[in-house]
Design a binder for this molecule. Structure first.
Ligand code: T4K
Length: 371
């Protein structure tokens, strides 16, 4: 049996991509904010319905540079979630800031906005929530807290490309949001990412940070890194953007197929996608939670033995990573720990066959019936 992986990178047809990259052989212009970088930045700005976009080489550096561009005082505390990919916490620490871990909610796994205030001290400088699996955080409550305590808000929106919350594009929330365009994401530029924001002044700051602070052949105005997206990546983005709405739709059909098959099972919590709500989803991930914690690893192993590669996104909590354990202050993380121990992300991508989903569901059923 062929391997079934947790996801499969979306790609345009070979001809579409080759046709567009031919131009690069004529121009020899491969990077440093070329014409396709510019075109993609504009198209993404329109697609996400946000005032400003700065493209980056990946999602991680988007987050590092977004934090840096906001000039947060060194040593400041950033309230964040431990239930995320390790990149979120690394970006805080690599900016000389301290992650302060807040618990999450059991219904959507995002930061518990009701627990943020008790973590705020005179050293708190920002809140960094994650729209995990494309579940949108309680942006209204977070905005109120940020306003009350004069804190910056940076959303890690790596999973929520193209989503809308109450009719508004999610890229516009907070002081900045970051997206990942990694191969595993619903929209990819092979590797890539972006920072989105409302304050136009950030554009210049981010431009300098991603291009060594260079503003002319003999002019360096600031200390910067190299985080530019190259032209091959930008062209992949332009091609994939043409198909991204079809991609969301195709994923929705597969997600609904899963839900239909799994909803009769007891002791499983399914994603909220189909409940009428405020979010227009992109169906990036299909996480299921087992109410009997031990079943998660049993299902994971049983699927592996069938060559089916589900993933424990996100286990362990980033606060439990060897490099961060017991280093930073946090309140109890009971929900986050329970979710990390009991969650499993199932394979989901447009081309997955219904018969493969049937197999996955059968494996889950077998393990659950074996109580
Ligand atoms: N914030 C959050 C909340 C994030 O989730 C992420 C990234 C970031 C920030 C940082 O963004 P980036 O700097 O990465 O742009 C993956 C991704 O590498 C990572 O982007 C992602 N989150 C994380 C959740 O997952 P792995 O180690 O699980 O990837 P890997 O190589 O095991 O791939 C998973 C599956 O994807 C494969 O089994 C098959 C498929 N795949 C993978 C690759 C690399 C493809 O079909 N094609 C490919 O080229 O980390």
């Amino acid at each position: 049996m062929d391997k079934i992986l947790v996801t499969r990178a979306s790609m345009p047809s070979y001809e579409e991509y080759i046709d567009k990259i031919k131009v690069l052989w004529d121009s020899h212009w491969l990077t440093n904010m070329g014409q396709f970088h510019k075109e993609l930045e504009e198209k993404i700005r329109d697609f996400l319905q946000v005032d400003n976009v700065s493209l980056m080489v990946n999602g991680h550096l988007s987050l590092e540079l977004a934090l840096q561009a906001l000039d947060l005082p060194k040593g400041g505390e950033v309230i964040t979630t431990p239930f995320t990919f390790i990149s979120t916490t690394h970006a805080i620490v690599r900016n000389g800031l301290k992650p302060i871990f807040c618990d999450i909610k059991m219904d959507d796994y995002t930061i518990d906005e009701n627990k943020i205030e008790e973590l705020i001290t005179e050293n708190t400088v920002a809140i960094l929530p994650v729209h995990v699996y494309g579940n949108i955080c309680n942006v209204e409550a977070i905005e109120k807290i940020a306003y009350k305590y004069n804190l910056k808000v940076i959303y890690d929106a790596a999973h929520s490309f193209g989503e809308k919350y109450k009719g508004k594009g999610v890229a516009g929330f907070g002081d900045a949001s970051i997206f990942s365009f990694h191969a595993t994401k619903v929209f990819n530029t092979i590797e890539g990412g972006a920072v989105t924001f409302n304050d136009p002044n950030l554009y210049e700051k981010l431009y300098n940070l991603k291009n060594f602070g260079i503003r002319g052949e003999e002019l360096v105005v600031g200390v910067g890194a190299n985080a530019k997206m190259n032209e091959f990546a930008a062209i992949m983005g332009l091609c994939n953007l043409e198909h991204v709405n079809d991609n969301f739709k195709a994923r929705q059909i597969k997600a609904e197929y899963y839900i239909n098959k799994l909803s009769e099972l007891k002791n499983i919590v399914l994603p909220n996608f189909t409940a009428p709500g405020d979010t227009e989803y992109n169906y990036a991930y299909f996480p299921i939670r087992f109410t009997q914690v031990e079943k998660r690893d049993q299902v994971f192993d049983a699927l592996r033995s069938e060559n089916i590669f589900s993933r424990k996104y996100f286990y362990p909590l980033t606060s439990d990573a060897a490099c961060f354990k017991n280093k930073y202050r946090n309140l109890p993380l009971d929900n986050a720990r329970l979710v990390a121990d009991s969650i499993l992300v199932l394979p989901l991508y447009p081309e997955i066959n219904d018969s493969d989903i049937d197999r996955i569901v059968d494996v889950i059923k077998k393990v659950l019936d074996n109580i």
